[in-house]
Design a protein around this ligand. Structure first.
Ligand code: NCD
Length: 338
């Protein structure tokens, strides 16, 4: 894949060496994300950040990643604050906004909308989530996290055993992650969901035709035994026709310390794209796991900055210049650097 000037719309664009290239640059971003060094390599560049669906970590980590490379961020959040509320098309919005930015990160509730926007944009566009379709940067940061968690056990991604639990029908993070896992070998994917919320058939078929083992189940306890990674997801309530329909599934699979101790191998790493639903009726990932050293959810969010920095550096073709534009940090960073 040629990164310079490319859109990032789907994980389908990536071959294995491309993923490895992103991860190699992400590794080199660590001193900047940890505030040991500062770089100004993107000084003068502007990120257009356009989030038309609720977002905290994706939006802020895209912005932080761009700031950490020395660039500036212009944000639009919500339809109500945008001319789209006056009937402006995605085409016109893309033509206009791409005149103000060097790269755009966008989230939108409609599947395919970010690709449509990108086709009219004069600058690279990164998909921050399009409806229940894809979330490629989340899948990259998830895989980067899996890679580093397994490296601590002297293992690689090939041979991975992963369970994905929850709303696999509407969850775009698991859609993108499964597609990306297709690039590796000998992966076993256990998909635990209510029957009505199963992973889309074409994604399961693609995994199988790549030679991977896929097990579909609606039983949490047996699905999470004997895996390296347990990836929990939130019920995507906003994608259901009514709250009553969502209520049929709310709280169906709850992972807490007791379930973990009883059913999981002690090395099993717990992941979740966040936000986890902490309301009483949901709690798919209980806060009583917060002190469990295998809970990797905040390592995932930290890794998101590294991976997004890497993507910006590659797309804007400055990956090899980051260090040349850098210096040491001179302010207090004690809390961040253990
Ligand atoms: C996810 C999303 O927006 O798809 N969040 C995220 O970007 N980390 C998952 C979710 O909302 O449940």
């Amino acid at each position: 894949m040629e990164f310079a000037g490319s859109h990032v719309l789907s994980v389908g664009q990536f071959e294995r060496p491309d993923v490895e290239a992103v991860f190699a640059v992400a590794d080199r971003m660590e001193p900047y994300a940890r505030r040991r060094r500062v770089t100004r390599v993107l000084e003068g560049a502007i990120l257009g950040s356009m989030f038309f669906e609720p977002s905290t970590r994706t939006r802020v980590s895209f912005g932080s990643a761009f700031n950490l490379l020395g660039g500036e961020v212009r944000e639009t959040t919500g339809f109500e604050n945008s001319a789209i509320a006056k009937g402006e098309s995605l085409y016109d919005t893309a033509r206009v906004l791409s005149g103000y930015s060097d790269v755009i990160a966008m989230r939108h509730p409609a599947e395919g909308s970010v690709a449509e926007f990108a086709s009219a944009s004069r600058v690279p566009v990164i998909n921050g989530g399009d409806g229940s379709n894809e979330h490629p940067t989340q899948a990259l940061l998830d895989l980067y996290t899996i890679r580093s968690e397994l490296a601590a056990q002297q293992r690689g991604i090939d041979g991975l055993r992963i369970a994905m639990v929850g709303d696999l029908r509407f969850g775009r993070t698991v859609h993108s992650l499964c597609r990306l896992l297709g690039l590796f070998s000998d992966v076993r994917v256990t998909l635990v969901s209510p029957v009505e919320l199963r992973m889309p058939g074409e994604i399961v078929d693609a995994l199988r035709s790549a030679g991977h083992r896929v097990v579909e189940s609606d039983a949490l306890e047996e699905g999470i035994a004997d895996v390296d990674i347990l990836y929990s997801t939130r019920l995507q309530e906003e994608r259901f026709a009514s709250p009553e329909e969502a209520a049929l599934y709310r709280g169906r699979f709850r992972l807490n310390q007791q379930v973990y101790t009883r059913h999981c191998d002690p090395n099993t790493v717990i992941m979740h794209p966040l936000p986890r639903d902490s309301r009483e009726a949901a709690r798919e990932l209980d806060e009583d796991l917060n002190d469990n050293p295998k809970l990797a959810i905040f390592r995932q969010t930290d890794n998101g900055v590294l991976v997004r920095m890497a993507l910006f550096a590659l797309i804007l073709d400055v990956a090899d210049q980051v260090d040349a534009h850098s210096r040491d940090v001179h302010w207090y960073t004690g809390g961040r650097n253990p």
